[in-house]
Ligand binder design. Structure first.
Ligand code: PLP
Ligand code: COI
Length: 341
């Protein structure tokens, strides 16, 4: 398989139009067969549910080229399950797990030439998504839907890759108690756009969102969960019913405990205790593990002892173990790696 002529080591986290995508239609209470298409455009009625009331949800996972040359995905079954939770919360139809996995596999295989080579620093980002495609004008769910999967090669989410970033405490809320913060609804990201544009304009890479009810607890950023390393070398990660249950975070907790013998706590994290931690990182499919060197709280700087030059030593161990598993250098727990080619 001849790969596309791309400077893999220098691509950012952006969209490139690849050769194939998958589309399936839901009508009269059932999904059709679904198929690959070369057409990257979508034609919909002007009053489609997605346009009027933002009825859309999505997923994000990656395909990796392993050290021995296979193409694999990482725990795609958990993305399938999370998309079902998102769909149920948004009154959308459920995409059966087999259909989700089959669609991902078909699109990755068809775009094999776009899967970045092992060691290039890039990966193939996979974006499954679903939206209300039939017209609605009164506020109600659409009757028809499309489920699609597109792929695009990506590099690091944050410029500089593994360099520590500076983030700010946001004055905006990301998710309400009993709202949609725990699902991957497009609307969560639409309402974060002003906050991220503001943060970027002020020179920060991301926002730390506090819990909306009390503004005392750490929730997550716009696109990743938090991990903190204690001075004793344990891992602490915020527990909240209004953050996205990150698959990367769940995997890191397992790796920390079972591969590295670390103490792992998933609990409420008060913002007041953040200065006591030794290291801080953001974790997610796009973020992988991105080290945070500093959190700016309205001008007050919380600087982690790990500094602004390198990833903290324990964060690095977690990063190396997680990516080692994803790239086939370290044996994975049963069922984590799905081989596509
Ligand atoms: N939190 C938010 C808001 C996200 O958008 C993402 C990205 O998917 C994550 C966390 C990380 O989740 P995952 O590790 O499943 O990619
Ligand atoms: C992902 O990590 O897959 C996401 O959806 C986060 C987004 C910021 C790109």
């Amino acid at each position: 398989m001849e790969k596309k002529n791309i400077d893999w080591g220098n691509i950012g986290f952006g969209y490139m139009t690849t050769d194939y995508r998958y589309v399936a239609h839901y009508k009269n209470g059932a999904w059709d067969e679904g198929q690959l298409t070369t057409d990257s455009t979508i034609t919909l009625n002007e009053c489609a549910g997605v346009f009027q009331y933002a009825q859309t949800c999505f997923e994000g996972l990656k395909a990796y080229t392993t050290e021995d040359g296979h193409i694999v995905t990482f725990r795609p079954d958990l993305n399938a399950e999370r998309m079902q939770t998102s769909a149920a919360r948004l009154e959308m139809p459920i995409v059966p797990k087999e259909m989700f996995l089959d669609a991902v596999e078909k699109v990755v295989k068809a775009n094999e030439a776009w899967v970045p080579p092992y060691g290039s620093g890039a990966t193939l980002y996979i974006r499954p998504y679903m939206y209300g495609s039939s017209s609605v004008i009164g506020v109600k769910p659409a009757e028809e839907y499309e489920f699609r999967v597109l792929v695009t090669p990506v590099g690091p989410y944050f410029k500089g890759g593994a360099k520590p970033i500076v983030i700010k405490v946001s004055d905006y809320d990301r998710a309400a108690p009993n709202g949609t913060g725990h699902v991957k609804a497009g609307l969560n990201y639409a309402m974060s756009l002003h906050a991220i544009v503001t943060a970027h304009a002020e020179g920060f890479a991301e926002n730390l969102y506090l819990d909306a009810a009390t503004r005392t607890k750490v929730e997550e950023t716009g696109g990743a969960n938090f991990i903190f390393i204690t001075k004793e070398g344990g891992l602490v990660t915020p527990k909240s019913s209004s953050i996205l249950p990150s698959i990367t975070r769940r995997s890191i907790c397992y790796v920390a405990e079972h591969y590295l013998g670390m103490k792992v706590e998933e609990r409420e994290v008060f913002f007041d205790e953040v200065p006591n931690f030794a290291e801080c990182g953001l974790c997610g499919t796009a973020a992988v593990i991105s080290p945070v060197g500093e959190i700016n709280d309205h001008g007050k700087r919380i600087c982690f002892p790990s500094g602004m030059e390198d990833m903290g030593p324990i964060t690095k161990k977690l990063y190396d173990t997680l990516t080692g598993i994803q790239m086939g250098r370290i044996e994975a727990p049963e069922g984590w790696i799905h081989t596509i080619a």
